[in-house]
Design a protein around this ligand. Structure first.
Ligand code: URA
Length: 461
């Protein structure tokens, strides 16, 4: 039996490939985890290549394998090799067989890993500390799977201007000087008391930048894993940070957020919409069902911008399909405008709401949230290049015309705009729906239809 101690996914990939070329069957090889008492394990050499042709492996398998590799189950490497061997030996479409036991197991692990990455993004709480080098933020977080390398880039994007560390018992991540680095894990039981955090953090920080400490493999050759827990540096590892929900998350509060890092350099609405579906540029994505991106012809001459998806839009994934959308449709028909010719979108792409019993009540976005989402609107405008952008309500107007613009004073005026060509703002259909007196509602509706007639003149020009 061949025994391999797997260092990480890259190492498994190289070794598994060698084993495949040597035609080693799954039952002839054991992949071991280094945490599985590596000092007791003897590695065995792989036999030389027996087949010449390079194995063809679908990219989807590699993506899946990357996630599975983060799972804590020590059997995962064997499972991956068995699946790889099957794929390379006649079962090229194995991943399509969702009922296959190996596929099911890999999917289960992938799901657990993705869930945990999401948990890290949602629940890590930083604590502010200072040392001679200035301000730092530290968080200790319990993870079951080795997800920190996958989860940390999110924090690097979001907290790019700060110096921070996330410590888990499996791995730790450090962001400094615009560089993300990883070091060994920190057991929570080794955490010193909170009041000594600042000294300890300084010492720990210094020790972690010793290059030899950055490679787990190097460390293992230099010192068996059973000694790690008693090494001098590990005595001083700061793994504190209480997880109490009451703790103020200083970074989250102070941090300006933006969708900008998520917006690709593309003029294709399909590419933009796909990227937007993964946007985590502000906190609104956490509770919304999905991103609701704009819809309509890519060469539309007019863009309509609402505020944000409502309850129905959030559930269905399309803009203006709920009650406000129905009123908008009626008004467009009355203004003799065909909605199918217009690109319809919102200033914010996620639904912001307050839960009230079983209902989700619309909540007004803050200026920070409007700004955070603005890059998506700008990208949509750059892709569609309309002649006229119509803002429905104050939020859309604020996104394009700034905070000082007042819809009540300047509604219906077609104004020049550096990015959007021409811009006009009018009332939001929800505002009409909310008006209690019928007479006022009807008057506002008529004025709304009048404003929308401006669209018709652009379309027929
Ligand atoms: N209100 C909006 O502003 N946009 C929608 O998509 C739905 C309701």
């Amino acid at each position: 039996m061949i025994e391999i101690v797997v260092e990480d996914f890259k190492h498994w990939r190289v070794t598994a490939r060698q084993a495949l070329l040597a035609a080693v069957p799954p039952f002839g090889i054991r992949f071991r985890d280094p945490r599985d008492q590596p000092y007791l394990l003897a590695e065995t050499e792989l036999p030389p290549a027996a087949v010449k042709s390079k194995p063809r492996v679908p990219a989807a398998f590699l993506d899946l394998a990357r996630s599975v590799a983060m799972h804590h189950d020590p059997q995962r490497w064997d499972l991956l090799y068995r699946s790889l061997f099957r794929i390379a030996n006649g079962e090229h479409h194995l991943l399509d067989v969702e009922v296959d036991d190996d596929v099911r197991e890999m999917r289960r692990m992938e799901k657990a890993v993705k869930h945990e990455i999401h948990r890290v993004h949602a629940f890590v709480r930083f604590r502010r500390t200072e040392d001679l080098g200035g301000e730092r933020f530290v968080a200790w977080f319990q993870t079951e799977h080795d997800v920190l390398e996958a989860a940390a880039p999110f924090f690097a994007r979001r907290f790019a201007a700060m110096r921070w560390a996330i410590l888990t018992s499996i791995r730790s991540a450090y962001w400094d000087d615009n560089q993300l680095r990883f070091g060994p894990g920190v057991l929570r039981s080794e955490a010193p008391s909170e009041d000594t955090l600042e000294d300890l953090w300084r010492d720990y920080y210094a020790s972690i930048f010793n290059p030899a400490r950055l490679s787990v493999r190097t460390m293992r050759t230099e010192m068996p894993a059973r000694y790690w827990a008693t090494m001098p540096e590990t005595d001083i590892l700061p793994a504190l940070i209480q997880e109490a929900e009451s703790r103020v998350d200083v970074m989250q509060q102070n941090q300006p957020t933006s969708a900008a890092p998520f917006v690709p350099q593309s003029k294709s609405l399909t590419v933009l919409a796909k990227a937007a579906s993964r946007c985590e540029g502000c906190n609104l994505f956490r509770h919304a069902t999905q991103t609701v991106f704009g819809e309509g012809p890519p060469d539309a001459r007019v863009i309509l911008v609402g505020e944000q998806p409502g309850d129905q839009e959030d559930l269905q994934g399309h803009p203006f399909v709920g009650p406000a959308g129905q009123l908008l449709d009626r008004a467009l028909t009355d203004a003799e405008v065909d909605r199918r010719l217009i690109y319809v979108t919102n200033a914010l792409k996620h639904f912001k709401f307050e839960p009230r019993g079983k209902r989700r009540i619309h909540s007004k976005p803050t200026g920070l949230e409007i700004n955070a989402c603005h890059p998506w609107l700008e990208a949509e405008i750059a892709a569609v290049r309309p002649e006229l952008v119509v803002c429905l309500g104050a939020t859309a107007a604020q996104s394009l015309l700034g905070r000082a613009f007042r819809v009540t004073k300047e509604r219906g005026l077609v104004l020049p705009h550096p990015v959007a060509g021409k811009v006009m703002a009018t009332i939001h259909p929800s505002a009409i729906l909310r008006m209690p007196e019928q007479e006022r509602r009807e008057a506002e509706y008529a004025a709304f239809v009048d404003d929308l007639r401006n669209i018709r003149s652009v379309l027929v020009a």
